[in-house]
Design a protein around this ligand. Sequence first.
Ligand code: ADP
Length: 485
Amino acid sequence: MKNEPLRVLFVTTEAYPFAKTGGLADVSASLPRALLKTGVDIRVIMPLYGSIAKDGHKIKKAAGPIRHKFSGRIFGFDLLSNSDDGILTYFIKNEKYFARRGLYGTSLGDYPDNALRFGFFSKAALAAAETLKFKPHIIHCNDWQTALIPFYLNFVLNNDDFFKGIKTLFTIHNLAYQGVFGKIFTRGLGIPAKFFNADQLEFYNKLNFMKSGISYADSINTVSRKYAEEIMTPEYGCGLEGLLAARGGDLSGIPNGVDYKEWDPRNDKFIKENYSPATLDKKKACKKDLLKCIGLDFPQDRPLIGYVGRFAYQKGVDIIAGVAAHMRELNAAMVILGKGDAEYKRLLKEIARKYPENIRITQVLDEELAHKIEAGSDIFLMPSRYEPCGLNQMYSIRYGTIPVVRATGGLDDVVVDFDDDRYNGNGFKFIPIDSAACLRSVKRAIMYYENSEVWRKLMLQAMKCDFSWEHSASEYVKLYEKMTE
Ligand code: ADP
């Protein structure tokens, strides 16, 4: 093995630019790219959603139709591929499960057959590797959707020569989404009844995909050091803290990095003017452009606070709304971009209606506007209840857009609270989960913003921080190598 490159099959359910609902898509695009640079022979595999062809991505046929026998049942799919960006990405095509616009559901909720959809995807990813005769050293599984793969390898394909010796790494990008489904699905997924008990895949009389990943993968990791510690506690463990602690010896935290090809004001293709620490004044043109784009007539010299992210409980959207209600008295403005839960949409819309001179909300997925917000805002808000890693705080720091964050998970690892004695730090942090604490931090940030000399130093200091993937990719390589020893 020593003389051949490490072969890795990276199994994911979203990857930018093909399909994206959140950070997993960014990671699934940039980590494989960084691993490829280290010499790893990496292939990515994901479902072919209906949206991918409609969005005009060039996909060509790789194999198929493939008919595969799995737990005594035959199932079929086609395999397509794309390698435009240097990464060989395979797509599993199956009309019944994936020819839908949404990845996981619609605005009304999750698709009711998600257990079967992603169980199918996991089996198909394994079948595809065999069809392609690509025997990886490591199958790198991501989140609950791919968590049955270690189970299938250990208990269904254990006598199949092709799969012998393959190791699995299970990466938890978000422990709160575990893939919990009715017991009824076990049969369709090829899971024998004897595994349906609390020590294995059962979770309060339901089937829990995530338990399979945690229990049966050879190694487990999550996407920041702090979150790796947090998930072994009842506060953050979502009911799986005991299981995670029991596997603590195989659990590590490897922070996500930033793809600076996409997220750097020096070369960002979406923003009005590119800038760097040497040309920081050009950031003002980005602010002006952002205000124009969102139709907000607001003084250029007053603070503009940005937020981009899912409208979800995790993200503290209620806390954001609580802070937004103070924008007028602070003579500040807020721009919010996101999609998600109806109750938060309502809450934010109501605030925006009340303070039309200070607040704008855009409720779509808009990659371009996300970049404009990073470049054009002065402050970026992330009051997450928990945050496995978080990308936007790292993007903001590179854009000189100072983050105000709750000290949890990757936010706590990345953001260093500004200390004006030593001029140390790149943002502002608070701990209590409430709007009052967040507002105090926002006020602290605005106090410094009003001293343009201090603020400029803080921006320049932040922009020097480097969260590029190279370091994290080398940690993954070390972990892969350790697993294959
Ligand atoms: P999570 O994966 O929990 O949603 P992350 O911070 O890890 O959060 O990643 C979120 C990614 O999704 C970021 O790249 C962010 O810019 C992007 N994003 C979230 N919502 C939107 C939206 N409405 N429009 C454009 N990009 C979005």
